[in-house]
Design a protein around this ligand. Structure first.
Ligand SMILES: [Zn+2]
Length: 208
């Protein structure tokens, strides 16, 4: 439900018709969006939850320190505007090579295409992100990942998921009731009352 594993398409898949990278990095938006599963790689809000407006392309290794990576699509990550602004040009790790680790110890950034988020963070029932390992606390502080707008969205996602499970459970209950009435386990006279109870449960679940 949160921070799914991301897989980056090949460099060739980002080529334009002249078999080169786009000169304007923004032209990569649709493919980067797909690779990032339409979610901000930092706070996990989806484009739909963001209201459907376009998000931004973050230069994971900031242009200020990695100018030559400006148009390289593998350096572009989908980010909501707020996370993008908060990250700015911060890069507390090695700035000399393109493939140096994105975090050292507890400082730096998770690279969602290399690191499995579940190994580093957990989303609690109240929607907050908590630290397991690596740079999670650094990111929580730097990017305010537990700002109310984001914890509310994560909590809403949890509630929606529970509601779906509840409605599936009610459907199964209805099927079981109909089977039991057919097989004679319960009398036909009992069915209307039980169906009414199920209908009330359904209405309650749908109003969540
Ligand atoms: Zn974000």
């Amino acid at each position: 439900m949160f921070f799914p594993k991301l897989i980056r398409r090949s460099e060739e898949d980002y080529f334009n018709i002249r078999k080169k990278f786009y000169a304007n990095y923004r032209d990569n938006y649709p493919k980067v969006k797909d690779d990032c599963k339409s979610r901000c790689v930092y706070c996990d809000i989806t484009v739909k939850e963001y209201g459907g407006d376009n998000m931004q392309l973050d230069h994971f290794r900031p242009q200020e320190h990695f100018e030559h990576l400006e148009t390289h699509p593998h350096n572009l990550y989908l980010s909501c505007p707020k996370c993008n602004v908060l990250k700015t040009s911060d890069w507390p790790c090695c700035k000399k090579t393109n493939d140096a680790p994105s975090f050292v110890g507890s400082i730096g950034y998770l690279d969602r295409f290399k690191h499995n988020a579940d190994d580093y963070l957990r989303v609690e029932k109240d929607g907050t992100i908590t630290h397991i390992a690596g740079p999670t606390n650094y990111m929580i502080m730097k990017m305010k990942l537990n700002r109310p707008s984001r914890t509310n969205i994560r909590r809403k996602r949890i509630i929606e998921s529970q509601k779906t499970k509840l409605l599936i459970g009610i459907n199964k209950l209805t099927e079981k009731l109909l089977q039991d009435s057919k097989s004679g386990k319960i009398s036909m006279a009992q069915v209307p009352d039980r169906l009414e109870n199920i209908r009330l449960l359904t209405t309650m679940a749908q109003s969540i």
